[in-house]
Design a protein around this ligand. Structure first.
Ligand SMILES: Cc1cc2nc3c(=O)[nH]c(=O)nc-3n(C[C@H](O)[C@H](O)[C@H](O)COP(=O)(O)OP(=O)(O)OC[C@H]3O[C@@H](n4cnc5c(N)ncnc54)[C@H](O)[C@@H]3O)c2cc1C
Length: 176
């Protein structure tokens, strides 16, 4: 960041390495700080070798570790290249359970696959929201039977009133 000249400098990564720096002017900027796995994972053999982010090195569909078959990982610390959200964890958890049960009972992977589901409730104005849900290929994985790419008051209400309840009462208990 160069706040004096109002310039933002972005590192462009390719295959885990910085290949280019791009400088962009801004009037107002909203940025996400650098993210990585916690140090105790980043500095362990579980992490993706040579990556500065230190994510747990797993298959993006089965969630099984690429080098330690008895290790699985979901959530923000895993290397799955999805939008890291609690909503993603909600879809990863049932796949993880099926994979574990299949390994324990049959000694082989289950057919269940995590396809990268992520959900971003984008507040676009007062009382308006776009509920973006998509997979690894950015293809829509919409929950509702209408066009979710439109700003909606109902989706704003969902985010404001329903999701907090669902989070505390259902998702954390594994029932939704
Ligand atoms: C501001 C903000 C807003 C968000 N809003 C949304 C949203 O609207 N919808 C959505 O779906 N997602 C949202 N997310 C993302 C969501 O919170 C995360 O994707 C989710 O919490 C990831 O869960 P996790 O269990 O993988 O990791 P975490 O929730 O980060 O849990 C990891 C836990 O490990 C603990 N830990 C760390 N180191 C150690 C250690 N050495 N020993 C023991 N424990 C340790 C931490 O204290 C923490 O409790 C938001 C995130 C942020 C920061």
């Amino acid at each position: 960041m160069k706040p004096d000249s109002k310039e933002a400098v972005f590192d462009v990564y390719k295959e885990g390495k910085v290949v280019e720096q791009v400088t962009t002017n801004y009037d107002m900027i909203h940025i996400t700080p650098p993210m990585s796995a916690p140090d105790f994972i980043k500095n362990s053999p579980l992490a993706v070798p040579g990556s500065p982010f230190g994510w747990v090195d797993v298959d993006k569909f089965t969630l099984q570790h690429n080098r330690y078959p008895n290790v699985y990982s979901i959530g923000d610390a895993s290397s799955t290249p999805n939008a890291k959200t609690g909503a993603a964890v909600r879809k990863q958890a049932p796949v993880l359970v099926q994979q574990l049960l299949s390994q324990i009972n049959y000694g082989k992977p289950a057919d269940a696959k995590y396809t990268g589901y992520g959900s971003c409730p984008l507040i676009t104005g007062y009382g308006k929201l776009v509920l973006a849900e998509f997979d690894y290929d950015n293809q829509p994985m919409e929950t509702f039977p209408f066009d979710q790419s439109k700003e909606r008051w109902t989706m704003y209400q969902l985010k404001k009133r329903v999701l907090p309840w669902m989070y505390w009462n259902k998702i954390l208990k594994g029932t939704a």
